[in-house]
Design a protein around this ligand. Structure first.
Ligand code: SF4
Length: 692
């Protein structure tokens, strides 16, 4: 559908990517062509700048390899051989094949999607309605944030925390498990301003990241030991009475029990577990304790703020680690300050009208089985059984690239290679997953469709308007599901809702849609210091050190350090721990095919500490093989102190087919799950490395 815009105009949008910053974008359009994408200067958090990745968004949108017509497989699965077909032919065939399966058992149909777009409309709106009406399997969408999210819910009562702009006023900032310079750039701007004003910044991360370079101190703990560090900090806060007793008495639950547990973690014990010195722990505790609230202190002075990110919870004990860290601000009364507390995610702030968008009522009382997206490698190979239900016969993939991003990818590939599996992929490009599709359906990019966004790193709702007409024959995801619904005879009026109508439904009356249309964003009304007077949205109304809800599930009501499934020093054959943080110019597996960004990254890299490299005869630039019982992945070694001894950093997430040997780091990661939230354990992975 052509858009009727003046010859030169600017269109307000929102960055759709899985990043806490959710920037407000301005797209300059000349005669129907997007010529520039930039940050909206009127939006406080974006402040007129986008990251390098999204600044190249026009390159991605007009990429010569963009899929612009529906494609049908003509070669063996995975061969990547397709021929163009009409939309009519593609949708008619897909609908009839799904119909046959749905008549037998709709649970044999599996949607597979995540945050390829964070949009509420092109994500789970019309798609969810479609799968709910069919009665398809539910997908447990846990691949990123589930463990930490559940940790927050059981401690603070929701995915809530400090307002990001107040980090600027903190005196101490702990950047815990986050390479903010690369993946939370607009938070970094606030942290940097605080630094200029005299704040101390401490980075806690196994990798000496670009963020660690810019902080005053860096604590390079072993992966999966963050909970032990938090317990030792509590030990020191108790021993030195750096506590806000009044806040503990009035606004927390279970302090006596947590205190007792923390006293079992002197710095020496935690130092041995974390692979750091006890002095580092004491120094950190002293800095944090110095910000403990005193009745005479000014409300905005001396506050300690913690910015966590999701990296630290991608290990067995990720949920408990987040619980422990989220407890810390209550010990010192940091929540009393607007510039104190913790922020992992603000997504619980948004009044998203999920039921209106997704229409669970269309299930009409059915309770389809749930499949976890993390274990897709196993589940695609499972046969029908009373416990599992029917074998998966069809997968519809949108906003995700599981062959590249799901763990233990040899098994994921084997599953998607099943000749009897009917696979439809909605995509912009022929990704690793699209290679295994029976049909690839061309989806629009963010510049070509409507959407509404929430955020997890700030508290502004955003609207995305289409800036240009859909390229080629591409259609928005919502439109594709609308047309599939029509072909399958789904006649409920909700399948007629336009994308603009869905945008209006996303927040209903809770957010002024006219303001969204006019400005592109609306700042939610949230308190400056949300827990200054307690009022945590937990069952007790307090910060729950002890969770009765977890205890009732037979779990430990108190948070604890939970060791990795694959802890260091537990395997002679695989003595190195591997984490796989994102390469700076990629965002999950998005942007790997944008040549200018791939050129910066070069090729898949493994950072290895000089000591570990020398032991293995590895020189900088050597090709190495990284291996464990799950597989082997070849890449180039970068001998660097960005890696700490005993830990290697496999920078991800490359497309397999663009790697050296047709694999990526997920060849090595496991499908084991976290302690809470059924999340993945990508950073809980032992390997060995050899020079090739
Ligand atoms: S990826 Fe993040 S920093 Fe980059 S434009 Fe999008 S929201 Fe902003």
């Amino acid at each position: 559908m052509p858009l009727h815009l003046p010859a030169l105009t600017q269109v307000l949008g929102a960055c759709p990517h899985d990043c806490p910053d959710t920037c407000s974008m301005l797209t300059t359009v000349q005669n129907g062509v997007a010529i520039k994408v930039q940050g909206n200067p009127a939006h406080l958090h974006t402040a007129g700048s986008l990251c390098t990745k999204v600044s190249r968004y026009t390159e991605r949108t007009y990429h010569p390899e963009r899929i612009l017509r529906p494609l049908k497989r003509v070669g063996p699965k995975g061969s990547g051989q397709f021929e163009p077909v009409s939309w009519d032919a593609a949708l008619t065939d897909i609908a009839s094949r799904l119909q046959v399966i749905a008549e037998r058992d709709p649970q044999a149909i599996l949607p597979y999607s995540y945050a390829g777009t964070m949009g509420l409309v092109q994500g789970e709106s019309m798609a969810a309605r479609f799968f709910n009406k069919l009665g398809a399997s539910h997908l447990e969408r846990t691949i990123c944030a589930a463990a930490g999210g559940e940790g927050l819910v059981h401690t603070l009562g929701g995915k809530l925390g400090m307002r990001v702009e107040f980090f600027e006023q903190a005196r101490l900032i702990l950047i815990w498990g986050s390479n903010s310079v690369a993946s939370n750039l607009h938070f970094w701007r606030y942290a940097n301003a605080a630094k200029r004003a005299g704040a101390k910044l401490i980075c806690i991360d196994p990798r000496k990241s670009e963020t660690a370079d810019k902080c005053h101190a860096h604590i390079a703990l072993l992966p999966g030991t963050d909970g032990a560090l938090a317990l030792a900090l509590m030990h020191e806060l108790v021993q030195n009475d750096w506590l806000d007793h009044d806040y503990l008495d009035r606004h927390t639950l279970g302090w006596d029990k947590l205190r007792e547990r923390a006293l079992q973690w002197p710095p020496e014990r935690a130092a041995a577990v974390c692979g750091i010195t006890s002095q580092e722990i004491r120094d950190l505790a002293r800095d944090y304790g110095a910000c403990a609230w005193r009745p005479e202190s000014d409300a905005n002075q001396g506050s300690a703020a913690i910015r966590m990110n999701y990296g630290l919870q991608r290990v067995h004990g990720g949920g408990n680690a987040v619980r422990l860290i989220a407890c810390l601000p209550a010990l010192i009364g940091a929540w009393r300050h607007r510039a104190g507390g913790v922020l992992l995610s603000s997504s619980g702030t948004f009044p998203v009208q999920k039921a209106a968008l997704q229409r669970p009522d269309l299930l009409a009382g059915r309770m389809p089985r749930t499949i976890n997206m993390v274990t897709i490698g196993n589940d695609l190979m499972r046969l029908s059984s009373p416990e599992f239900g029917p074998a998966v016969e069809a997968v519809i993939v949108y906003n995700s690239n599981p062959v590249a991003v799901a763990p233990e990818s040899a098994k994921v590939v084997r599953g998607f290679a099943r000749e009897d599996l009917f696979t439809v992929v909605l995509e912009h490009f022929q990704t690793d997953t699209a290679d295994y599709a029976d049909y690839i359906l061309p989806a629009t990019t963010q510049l070509e469709h409507w959407d509404v966004h929430s955020a997890y790193g700030h508290t502004d709702a955003l609207l995305n308007r289409p800036a240009i007409a859909p390229q080629g024959e591409a259609k928005p995801n919502a439109q594709i599901f609308r047309e599939l619904a029509a072909r399958m005879g789904l006649t409920e009026p909700c399948f007629q809702d336009s994308d603009e109508a869905l945008c209006r439904q996303a927040y209903g009356d809770e957010v002024d849609f006219e303001e969204l249309l006019a400005n592109g964003f609306v700042t939610l009304k949230t308190p400056e210091a949300p827990f200054a007077q307690g009022h945590f949205p937990t069952p007790s109304g307090k910060c729950e050190f002890f969770s009765e809800r977890l205890a009732q599930r037979g779990l430990d009501g108190l948070p604890d350090h939970v060791p990795n499934h694959e802890a260091v020093h537990t395997s002679k054959a695989y003595p190195l721990a591997m984490i796989s943080p994102p390469a700076r110019n990629f965002l999950n597996s998005t942007f790997v095919n944008v040549k200018s960004l791939r050129d910066i990254e070069g090729e898949p890299l493994l950072e290895i500490h000089p000591v570990d490299a020398v032991m293995r005869g590895i020189a900088n630039g050597d090709i190495v093989k990284v291996f464990n019982t799950r597989g082997t992945h070849s890449c180039r070694a970068r001998v660097s102190e960005r890696a700490r001894p005993g830990v290697v950093n496999g920078l991800g997430v490359w497309w397999r087919k663009l790697g050296l040997d047709g694999t990526n780091v997920n060849q090595l990661t496991s499908q084991k799950l976290t302690d809470l939230g059924h999340g993945p354990t990508f950073y809980d992975c032992l390997v060995e490395v050899q020079r090739v």
